[in-house]
Write a protein that binds this ligand. Structure first.
Ligand code: NAD
Length: 343
C-alpha cells in the first residue's frame, strides 16, 4: 500500500512513522501541499493523505482519479477543504472524526484565560523584570454567560470545562442534542446574552461569516470571541471593525479565514502581505495561535493510528465507518448506514 503524504511536518512524520513501525505501508512524505501542480507526486500511490489546508478541488480530484488514486485520507475532522460533492462517485474520502476533542476544548479555555487574565502581557513583562500590574486587570469567569455554538464532541467538553468554572452555559446547535441538559437558545438570543462566545461547529456554506457586522452589532458590548473551529465562521474585517469600535472586547483565534497562506510556516523576518491578519495581531486584546488546538501527543498519536486504520479498512473491507460523502453532513439526508461504502 503506497500513500502520498502531503503537507508533512516533523511532528506528522514522527507520529506516522511510529504508527507504521511494522512497515505495513509505504508512506512518501512531501512537505508541499496537494495542489493541481503537485498531484503528480501521487503517481503510483493508492491513497493520498492530506490536512486542513490542502485544497482538494475539482481539478485535483480529476487528476487523482486519472492516476487511479482511490482514496483521499484526511488526517483531520473537518472536510470543508474538499469538494465532497464533486468527489462523489469518483474517489472515496475518509477522515478522523475524533482524535482528541479534549485537546481542542482545553486550548479554547487556555486562550480564554490567557486573554482575560492578560497572561500574554504578564509573561513578556516579567521576562523583562517589569513587575508592574498596570493594565493587567481581568475579570472573573465565575457567573459569566458563555454561548457555545456547536455542541458536538468538542463543544460538549468545552461546556463541561466552563461549568467547572461556575459559568452559565447557553448553546446553539443546528441539530440540538436531546436530553443533554444543555440550555439551547436561538442564535439571536445567544448573541444577545453571551459574555463569551465559543465556536465548535463545522464550517458550511450556510454558516460562513456567521459573525459579521450585523451579528457583532447584536452582541453584548465587550463580548469575548473564541474561534478554534474554522476561520471563515468569522468575517475577519468585520471583527477588526468590531474591536476598533470597542464592541468586541477580545478575540482568541486559533483559526483565520485566510490562514492557508501563512499558518504552519515561519514568516518571522518577512513582510506579511495580509493586512487584516497583521492588524489583528497588532491589537492587544487579540490572541492568535496558528491552528494549534489539536497539537497534543495524544491527538497526534490518535490521528496516525486512525488514519492508517481507515486506509486499511477501506482497501481490505467493503466499507470504512469514517468515510464521508456530501450526503453525510446532514445526517437526515445520508442514505448510508455506514455498513457499506458511500457509493
Ligand atoms: P462534531 O461533529 O462532534 O460536532 C459538531 C457540532 O456542530 C454538531 O453537534 C453539529 O450538529 C453542529 N453543527 C453542524 N452544523 C451547524 C451549524 N450550522 N450551526 C451550529 N451547529 C452546527 O465536531 P467536533 O469534533 O466537535 O469538531 C467541531 C469543529 O472543530 C470541526 O468541525 C472542526 O472545524 C474544528 N476543529 C478544529 C481543530 C483545531 O485544531 N483548531 C481540531 C479539530 C476540529
Amino acid at each position: 500500500m503506497k500513500i502520498a503524504f502531503y503537507d508533512a511536518k516533523d511532528y506528522d512524520k514522527n507520529s506516522f512513522v511510529r504508527a507504521n513501525a511494522e512497515g505495513k505501508y509505504q508512506i512518501v512524505f512531501y512537505e508541499t501541499r496537494l495542489t493541481k501542480d503537485t498531484c503528480r507526486l501521487a503517481e503510483g500511490c493508492d491513497a493520498v493523505c492530506v490536512f486542513v489546508n490542502d485544497d482538494v478541488n475539482r481539478e485535483v480530484i480529476d487528476e487523482l482519479v486519472k492516476m487511479n488514486v482511490r482514496l483521499i485520507a484526511l488526517r483531520c475532522a473537518g472536510y470543508n477543504n474538499v469538494d465532497i460533492e464533486y468527489a462523489y462517485g469518483k474517489i472515496h474520502i475518509v477522515r478522523v472524526p475524533a482524535y482528541s476533542p479534549y485537546a481542542v476544548a482545553e486550548h479554547a479555555m487556555a486562550l480564554l484565560l490567557t486573554s482575560i487574565r492578560r497572561i500574554h502581557k504578564a509573561y513578556i513583562r516579567t521576562k523583562d523584570f517589569n513587575f508592574s500590574l498596570s493594565g493587567l486587570t481581568g475579570f472573573d469567569l465565575h457567573g459569566k454567560t458563555v454561548g457555545v455554538v456547536g455542541t458536538g464532541k468538542i463543544g460538549r467538553i468545552f461546556i463541561d470545562i466552563c461549568r467547572g468554572f461556575g459559568m452559565h452555559v447557553i448553546a446553539y446547535d443546528k441539530f440540538p442534542a436531546k436530553d443533554s441538559g444543555i440550555e439551547y437558545v436561538s442564535l439571536e438570543d445567544l448573541w444577545k446574552r453571551s459574555d463569551i462566545i465559543s465556536f465548535h461547529c463545522p464550517l458550511t456554506d450556510e454558516n460562513r461569516h456567521m459573525v459579521n457586522a450585523d451579528t457583532i452589532r447584536q452582541m453584548k458590548k465587550g463580548v469575548v470571541l473564541i474561534n478554534t473551529s474554522r476561520g471563515a465562521l468569522i468575517d475577519a474585517e468585520a471583527l477588526v471593525d468590531g474591536i476598533k469600535q470597542r464592541q468586541v472586547g477580545a478575540a482568541c483565534l486559533d483559526v483565520y479565514e485566510e490562514e492557508s497562506n501563512v499558518f504552519f510556516h515561519d514568516y518571522s523576518g518577512h513582510i506579511v502581505d495580509d493586512d487584516v491578519l497583521a492588524r489583528l495581531i497588532s491589537m492587544p486584546n487579540v490572541i492568535v495561535t496558528s491552528h494549534q488546538a489539536f497539537l497534543t501527543e495524544e491527538a497526534l498519536s490518535n490521528i496516525a493510528d486512525t488514519t492508517l486504520q481507515n486506509i486499511e479498512d477501506f482497501f481490505k473491507d467493503e466499507y470504512c465507518t469514517n468515510e464521508v460523502c456530501y450526503k453525510c453532513p446532514a445526517i437526515a439526508n445520508c442514505n448510508q448506514d455506514h455498513s457499506k461504502k458511500c457509493f
